[in-house]
Design a protein around this ligand. Structure first.
Ligand code: FAD
Length: 485
């Protein structure tokens, strides 16, 4: 099919709503669009079409009509114009690691920023500008060269776009806040094809909304972040205890954080010991409770201050040590291979009571896949000091976020793994007083209820900003905020 497009039309899927359904876009229009791009327009049948429609989450198998692999801001403007003018269904791809897998659609246009991965660092001004297709690894690599970092997530292949737009929770959340809290400005292509700068003085409502409101308001072509001194070496605490010690481990961590300033931001991980080095063979397959986080300061201080957390019980294995921050950032990478199947949900809880801890341990032990974990994110600190209405990101005062992460390889195991997530989520939700993290949203099955849960009192304002910048809901393949009528 390659090279023979010009006379045929492209069947496309239209936006939802009254105009929904199938339609054809004449080949001449598609060709004109292709020639307006500095990047590439990828069509079904072309050599790179298959990889272009693949996402991290192997549960997703969609066939877009067109993929616009953008090379810069102008390409994004052209793609938004084309999608809008032809009433196409439109998906936006940053790092392709969205948990719900909405970066690719069936029959529509994918605005693909994966070719836009430039990072520019201003070490004196402690700022970095990252293009919209950057991964965390791209940004850390460039900023760490100067001993600087911005708060991002904990797996390098994740895209900064989806991460930042819905919050961004990582190792620096208690010291420096969320990724979105460190956003200084962004360039956004809105549904009408304008390229806007959103920051503290221009388009302030848009700037407010994109700090938590996800991909609802336009395509972000670049993110400008505030940087902080960090590393390049840090001390990492990564210690695995037998599951019998789960209560002591989670309690000791809670106690530790109550005594310490807001610098250390651990995750408690409940899972099963991998059948691999360096874990002792007698522990393989057994349940564990691990504590994981780097100390974001002097490594010698970290080694000394984190010692109590490594002596809670007799560990199965202690992988703690001083290492480059970029290595810390990659420490979980191999646990999330591309193309595996994933189903992740989350819920905030106000306290870690005994009954909840017992249930966490029981659910983790009952998970059908040995790669599955339940994660306890200790929150608070800087992320909780930002006012609830200062950015769109809500539920900031929740002290604990529970991540329910099913990770498995074979399609045949999907039903069982998804059922485990649903049951676990339903049970753990009974301990919640509200709130969840919209970057761990399952497949967004709960619709608007999920959004109201995630945004709390900020939902109505988000809906009004949506009506201003995207009144026809062109950008709706996301955790969709309906425009206020
Ligand atoms: P994509 O799938 O490309 O995008 C997700 C959605 O964001 C798209 O559907 C679209 O609506 C929107 N979008 C993407 N790019 C743009 C853009 N340029 N402009 C406008 N909208 C856009 N989250 C954390 O907070 N902390 C973590 O530590 C963390 N770890 C993770 C580890 C793994 C392995 C994975 C898969 C996810 C993790 N997440 C974490 C969740 C992650 O933040 C989200 O999955 C996020 O959506 C990924 O962004 P992406 O750009 O890679 O995804």
């Amino acid at each position: 099919m390659s090279g023979s497009h010009s006379h045929s039309s492209t069947p496309i899927k239209r936006e939802e709503g009254e105009r929904g359904g199938q339609a054809d876009v004449p080949g001449s229009l598609v060709d004109a669009f292709a020639s307006r791009l500095r990047g590439r327009l990828i069509r079904p049948g072309e050599a790179d079409y298959e990889p272009a429609r693949e996402l991290w989450n192997g549960m997703i198998d969609r066939r877009p009509a067109l993929v616009a692999r953008c090379a810069g801001d102008e390409d994004v403007v052209a793609a938004v114009d084309f999608a809008r003018d032809n009433e196409m269904l439109v998906a936006v791809r940053g790092g392709g690691h969205g948990v719900a897998g909405q970066a690719v659609c069936d029959g529509g246009l994918v605005i693909d920023l994966s070719g836009m991965r430039g990072v520019e660092v201003d070490p004196e001004g402690r700022r970095a500008v990252a293009q919209g297709g950057c991964t965390l690894g791209d940004v850390d690599r460039e900023t760490q060269r100067h001993g600087l970092a911005t708060p991002l997530g904990v797996v390098t292949q994740t895209g900064v776009a989806g991460l930042t737009l819905s919050g961004g929770i990582g190792w620096l959340r208690r010291k420096h806040g969320l990724s979105c809290d460190n956003l200084l400005s962004a360039r956004v292509v809105t549904a009408d094809g304008r390229l806007l700068v959103a920051d503290g003085s221009q388009n302030q409502d848009l700037f407010w909304a994109i700090r938590g409101g996800g991909g609802n308001f336009g395509v972000v072509t670049s993110f400008e972040y505030r940087l902080h001194p960090l590393g390049p070496e840090v001390f990492l605490c990564f210690v695995f205890y037998p599951a019998a010690a789960t209560k002591e481990v989670l309690r000791a961590c809670e106690h530790y954080l109550s005594q310490r300033p807001d610098d250390f931001a651990p995750i408690g991980i409940l899972g099963k010991v991998p059948e691999a080095e360096p874990f002792p063979p007698e522990a393989h397959g057994k349940s564990f409770a691990a504590l994981l986080a780097p100390y974001p300061g002097d490594p010698a201080d970290g080694e000394r201050l984190l010692r109590p957390l490594r002596e809670i019980a007799d560990p199965i294995c202690d992988l703690s040590g001083t290492m480059p921050y970029t290595e810390v950032q990659a420490i979980l990478d191999e646990d999330y291979p591309d193309g595996w199947r994933y189903y992740w949900k989350s819920v905030n809880v106000p306290e870690l009571g005994d009954e909840l801890i017992e249930r966490l341990a029981e659910h983790a032990a009952a998970a059908p896949s040995p790669q599955t974990t339940i994660d306890v994110w200790y929150q608070g600190g800087a992320m909780a000091r930002v006012g609830e209405e200062e950015t769109a990101f809500a539920n900031r005062d929740a002290p604990y976020l529970l991540g329910i992460e099913a990770n498995w390889e074979a399609e045949a195991d999907s039903a069982e793994n998804m059922a485990w997530v649903r049951d676990t989520f339903a049970d753990l939700s009974s301990f919640s007083t509200g709130g969840l993290y919209l970057n761990f949203p399952g497949f967004l099955e709960e619709g608007e209820q999920l959004l109201r849960e995630g945004y709390g009192t900020n939902y109505e304002r988000l809906s009004a900003v949506k009506a201003k910048y995207d009144p026809t809901n062109l950008f709706h393949l996301n955790a969709n905020i309906r425009p206020k009528s």
